[in-house]
Design a binder for this molecule. Structure first.
Ligand code: URA
Length: 222
């Protein structure tokens, strides 16, 4: 009998078993040293957080300094804004799943502060882990946060401002590209906040979530 493909095997995972399968994957990823520079510079691998059976998954770029220190994605300033967005949708960090394209903080040799974008080679090396996370969780929708997440997931480099708000597909799962919350911290314009919120309204609609009038009208000028 031919061996089952990973996705066929994973497709059979019952909701109750997803936590265990995800924990096994986590145990494999934590000691990863495929990128020796990152394995040497990181404090820890930042695997992901949330509900192993989440309907909605957020994918960012890579851990920053705070995430590297605490081992959890999106807990720095940008993460706090993402958490607010999730709460405003009527969800929580516990009911969605949050992960990154890269599980290690990109090293910045010779620099005392700041981040750097993951290289295409680093993204390609780490992507199979994210793919397995997605195959286990099987979310009904994915939000790609920013241009790097979009590039890492779909290989699209057209730019996030062109593609945000337009449904894409990743392995048959609807994928919504939107701006990274760090962009909203840099650009405080109401119009940009509204764009991200409109993208989240599309996600809520896709998941058949209730949308209140208050939610519908967030960031609209009076
Ligand atoms: N930015 C990201 O893309 N991911 C994190 O986990 C934190 C900041």
């Amino acid at each position: 009998m031919p061996a089952k493909t990973i996705s066929a095997t994973v497709a059979a995972i019952a909701t109750d078993d997803k936590a265990a399968v995800l924990a096994q994957l986590r145990a494999r990823v934590l000691p990863c040293a495929k990128c020796p520079n990152l394995a040497n510079s990181r404090t820890q691998v930042v695997f992901g957080v949330g509900d192993p059976a989440a309907q909605l998954m957020f994918v960012g770029e890579a851990p920053g300094a705070d995430e590297d220190e605490q081992g959890e994605p999106f807990i720095g300033k940008a993460g706090q804004l993402l958490t607010k967005i999730i709460l405003t949708m009527g969800l929580s960090r516990e009911t969605v799943y949050i992960a990154n394209i890269l599980k290690c903080r990109p090293d910045t040799p010779g620099q005392s502060a700041g981040n750097r974008k993951p290289t295409p080679a680093e993204m390609a090396t780490c992507k199979p882990y994210l793919l397995e996370q997605i195959q286990i969780i099987q979310p009904r929708a994915i939000v790609a946060l920013g241009a790097t997440a979009l590039e890492g997931l779909l290989g699209k480099t057209e730019g996030i401002s062109k593609l945000r708000g337009n449904w894409q597909q990743f392995e048959g799962i609807p994928l919504m590209p939107t701006y990274h919350p760090a962009y909203l911290l840099r650009n405080q314009a109401l119009s940009e906040k509204r764009k991200v919120w409109e993208d989240m309204l599309l996600v809520m609609e896709k998941l058949a979530m209730p949308i209140s009038e208050k939610q519908q009208n967030f960031f609209l000028r009076a």
